[in-house]
Write a protein of this length. Sequence first.
Length: 438
Amino acid sequence: MSDRIENQESGPLSRRNFIQNTSILTGGALLGALSIERGAHGAGSDELKIALIGCGGRGSGAAGQALSTKGPIKLIAMADAYKDRLEGSLANLKNQAKDRVDVPEENKFIGFDAYKKAIALADVVILATPPGFRPIHFEEAVRQGKHIFMEKPVAVDAVGVRRVIAAAAEAKKKDLKIGVGLQRHHQAGYIETIKRLQDGAIGDIVSMRAYWNDGGVWVKPRQPGQTEMDYQMRNWYYFNWLCGDHINEQHIHNLDVINWVKNGYPVKAHGMGGRQVRTGIEYGEIFDHHAVEFEYADGSRLYSQCRHIRGCWSSVSEHVVGTKGSADVGGNRITGPTPFRFKADQPKDPYQQEHDDLFEAIRNNLPYNEAERGAKSTMTSIMGRMATYSGQVIEWDAAMASKIDLAPKSYAWDALPQSLPDDKGAYKIAIPGSTVTV
Ligand SMILES: NC(=O)c1ccc[n+]([C@@H]2O[C@H](COP(=O)([O-])OP(=O)(O)OC[C@H]3O[C@@H](n4cnc5c(N)ncnc54)[C@H](O)[C@@H]3O)[C@@H](O)[C@H]2O)c1
């Protein structure tokens, strides 16, 4: 595919990116079946059947990683809004793992309802559409009693976050295993560094900063005759009902790391942001920069920035300062009375590790549910957007209780999203001071 890839997070799948994402398939030996607790994923066979919902860059990568976990496993169903996306992903996956991919024509599902049919056929489902659909797809997968890997963020508004938290509780009751694609939680350098910080290596943590400053993602030009729904679906990154703005889509990773370090979630936020460079109508309704100050319950502050402007300084990072030292969390380095630097001879790919951990839990019936944590970190980034769009101080409880629902009334190619272009093709952009977000 010719889509521009700015970084690991962005854009549909290029062949190079796909091979990176799934290289473990060719190198990773499948070590044979682990013993399976009967009932952990359905009785009868040790082979886990996988369905992929959302066959883009990350979904294809995640499917490749799932297929590289230990034990018999097969991709048997796929669902996507678009046939071209599904077929491209299937061809790539077959190239990488022919013997673990068996998706007959009747198990390929296209359109807005496709997810239900694919979920029904599987033991484990991978949910990797744009995040606007995550609450709907997650609820359905839980309702059908499936184990789930879902990508972050898990929602785009508080209504969606609450749905995910409710479904996560239901999943716990059903003993379903749920992984969320905040892969830093499965990355040894982060785990070892944060363990030490939580054990007091730098004293009380009083100040934090988190950045996702980078260049941004693709645009797919409007096609003649294209419906508005089709246009927004193809350009999902630029519409809040699908994406939640890049503060939600990408910066969630860094905000989540700080939540992890603090072992909690911010109680309030204020900030500023806007569109300074990426101002054209092709960039939909999202901002190109946000700067947010989050406050935690102990009064400590997180200074957060995210920018999508090309040609500027780039940094995707998290740092913290404590009463006795400081840490570059993403760099896995602590400076203070007990300095630490994480070193690994052969660092393991966290995208692979998160699947290894989930599938181990599924096969051995171990407790595993990352959904609530993923939902609350999603709420953190949504709260940041609420702060920059409104220009107001946003309190966690008010944000969480917000009734603003960004979803369209119905899902169909001729249905209308809430945000529509004016006669010049421009979308309404949030105006701090007058936009209401809670
Ligand atoms: N954890 C990470 O580091 C990481 C990295 C990249 C992407 N992601 C996440 O993965 C998700 C997907 O991102 P991507 O880069 O793969 O995007 P993408 O555009 O490449 O893929 C999304 C796919 O979902 C399909 N889709 C859209 N709506 C659908 C629906 N209702 N039903 C079925 N299919 C639908 C699209 O057609 C497309 O094929 C996002 O939430 C993103 O944040 C996470």
